[in-house]
Design a protein around this ligand. Sequence first.
Ligand SMILES: NC(=O)c1ccc[n+]([C@@H]2O[C@H](COP(=O)([O-])OP(=O)(O)OC[C@H]3O[C@@H](n4cnc5c(N)ncnc54)[C@H](O)[C@@H]3O)[C@@H](O)[C@H]2O)c1
Length: 442
Amino acid sequence: MKVCIIGTGYVGLVTGACLAENGNDVWCVDVDHSKIEGLMEGKVSIYEPGLEDMVKRNLSEGRLRFTTDLEEALRPSLFVFIAVGTPPREDGCADLTHVYEVASRVGGLMETAKIIVAKSTIPVGTTAEIRRIIGEKLAERGLRDLDFDVAFCPEFLKEGAAVEDCLRPDRIIIGTEREDTDKLLRELFAPFVMREDRFYTMSIPSAEMTKYASNAMLATRISFMNELSRLCEKVGADVGEVRIGMGTDSRIGSSFLYAGLGYGGSCFPKDVRALIRSASARGVDLAILRAVEEANRAQGRFFLEKITGHFGEDLGGRTFAIWGLSFKPHTDDMREAPSLALAEALLSRGALLRAYDPVAMEKARALLPDDGSVTFCADFYEALEGADALVLVTEWPQFRRPDWDRVKSAMKPAPAVFDGRNQLSPERVRALGFSYYGVGRR
Ligand SMILES: NC(=O)c1ccc[n+]([C@@H]2O[C@H](COP(=O)([O-])OP(=O)(O)OC[C@H]3O[C@@H](n4cnc5c(N)ncnc54)[C@H](O)[C@@H]3O)[C@@H](O)[C@H]2O)c1
């Protein structure tokens, strides 16, 4: 089937590559010329396991093409996916400028019948507005009778496992009012799910709401555990043990119950905020989600207090090794990464940082000060050289079993370890003469 994907970021590029992998002819379009030039040579500017190989393979086999020319990509395509960014506005609402700009351009260019599928995360009512904009543009061009439909299919991929999630999704939600659209979308996505019962067709507002509700629920679970972790410390319980005790209850399940530094990334913070804002615009107070946000902010402060509790408020002359910068492992995405707020707090108290991340250093470099206060290191042992403390920020698997002799010899005597993701063994670390601070554990 012929597909056009507009926006080649995490969602668009992964969707395009996976659709091509399943035998479709895919055009990917972006306004970012340098990104498209790189992609035409098989160079992927984001880190996502398995993605570059898949792009290269489908590019060379001619099923995946890249362009900045929307008209060229639109012309042959029946399906047109909108996967542009919907970043947060200053007031917390989703910024829909790119989505509406795309709708207007599609309406201004299309010549044949199309199924437009919004994949960007958009508030309830946006799909209807996309339809209105396209219809208006067609009417201006005298093409009022040109058939088109606009569906909404929320995207649930996780960065760091995006290719796998896209190829084998738990479910595919199709928001559409039209049976023919539903049938064609099921045909397009059939190779991804194999089983008919993995498709859920629903009204467009329900599909739009499902995406926000899912992210809000996951963020709620994280904030719930983070709040509990603070109580666990006071009463001598271990939040990791509590998680196992709770998570093995089949009504609860074990995902997204890890206490840590708080959630970040390009989705949870912005989607929770946007849902609260769109609800309050309709007179609905989402008090639980307001608390989820506050608990997330408080968790960052709570972790920082462990550091200032150990060293005092003035961190002048102290050096901190930072292990992990991306908002979670297996991605280079630095959007709303907890490492950024933590680095700012440490630097503002006079600390020096020695940072290492397996893939996010380039993106982090652009976001952290360039005044010599942050040194980017070649590996995680180098980051420890002369450090007073190690702060484990992102749970990359390679940080779990370091060579403790190397760690000890690189750091200053009697160092402290602040384990923001409960990855290390407190007993092991303390046995070496280090001070250990985890989250919600003794
Ligand atoms: N990243 C995720 O894990 C994830 C998961 C599910 C849903 N989403 C949602 O999907 C959407 C896209 O997210 P992302 O992380 O892929 O964003 P991104 O910022 O990585 O990519 C967006 C791309 O769209 C391009 N673009 C902007 N305006 C354009 C235009 N007019 N024409 C063509 N291209 C244009 C940008 O240049 C950029 O390459 C957002 O709404 C996001 O909330 C993201």
